[in-house]
Design a protein around this ligand. Structure first.
Ligand SMILES: O=C(O)C(=O)C[C@]1(C(=O)O)C=C[C@@H](O)C=C1
Length: 216
């Protein structure tokens, strides 16, 4: 009788150990799933960086940030696993906020890169004919400088956080009679009409984008 009791106690102990073991692994796998697999990019949607991120990652993983620094902060604080940011353009040169953040965030590494051809377009709300200001990312304004200098020399140029942010702003402020320099995707998304295509000074304009992640 005593022997039978001992056997069932051992059995119960084994069972408890197995249950504890399974719970531990289940907990670990849950933690793994809840760690964000998301990838940040310089947005809003329709930016060149969005196009670059879409070449490397599925659309459902992409979340936009409003600045390059915010992309680095999201990786640093583990809100996302990776981020895509621009590094260098063949006309405009190094993208300063990226270079600065790479120096500042010692825990972040470059894990991959890709290069895209960049074609800039001037776009307005359909019906706008007297452009008062031209909005875009500093790199895009630099890439299109000759075009603006020759066609709109007196029109002020306003720097924006990205080409798509500029397109979005122009589309939401018809009273400003602004034009944006951005890509064809942004024109579609924000319902703007392209009035000049390929306005960058070098038809072979290219930008290198990097994928950053945490070193740990
Ligand atoms: O503004 C955008 O759409 C971006 O993705 C940024 C950026 C850049 O910083 O170089 C990317 C590609 C083009 O060269 C112009 C702007």
């Amino acid at each position: 009788m005593l022997r039978k009791n001992n056997t069932s106690i051992t059995f119960i102990r084994y069972l408890a150990a197995i249950i504890l073991f399974c719970c531990f692994f289940y907990g670990c796998s849950l933690r793994k799933i809840s760690l964000s697999d998301k990838v940040a990019y310089l947005g809003p949607p329709g930016s060149f960086t969005h196009l670059a991120a879409g070449k490397k990652f599925p659309a459902e993983l992409l979340v936009f940030q409003n600045s390059i620094e915010d992309c680095f902060i999201s990786v640093h604080s583990r809100n996302v696993q990776k981020a895509v940011v621009p590094l260098r353009n063949s006309i405009g040169g190094i993208v300063v906020p990226t270079q600065k953040a790479l120096k500042e965030f010692a825990d972040i590494k470059i894990e991959d890169s890709l290069e895209l051809p960049i074609s800039q377009n001037l776009m307005v709300i359909p019906g706008t004919n007297d452009i008062k200001k031209i909005y875009s990312h500093p790199q895009a304004l630099r890439q299109s400088r000759h075009f603006i200098d020759s066609l709109y020399p007196a029109v002020p140029r306003i720097e924006y956080s990205s080409t798509s942010a500029a397109a979005k702003w122009v589309s939401e402020h018809p009273e400003e009679k602004g034009a944006a320099i951005a890509n064809t995707e942004a024109a579609k998304l924000y319902k703007l009409k392209i009035i000049y295509t390929n306005i960058q000074e070098d038809k072979n304009n290219r930008t290198q984008f990097i994928i950053i992640s945490s070193k740990k």
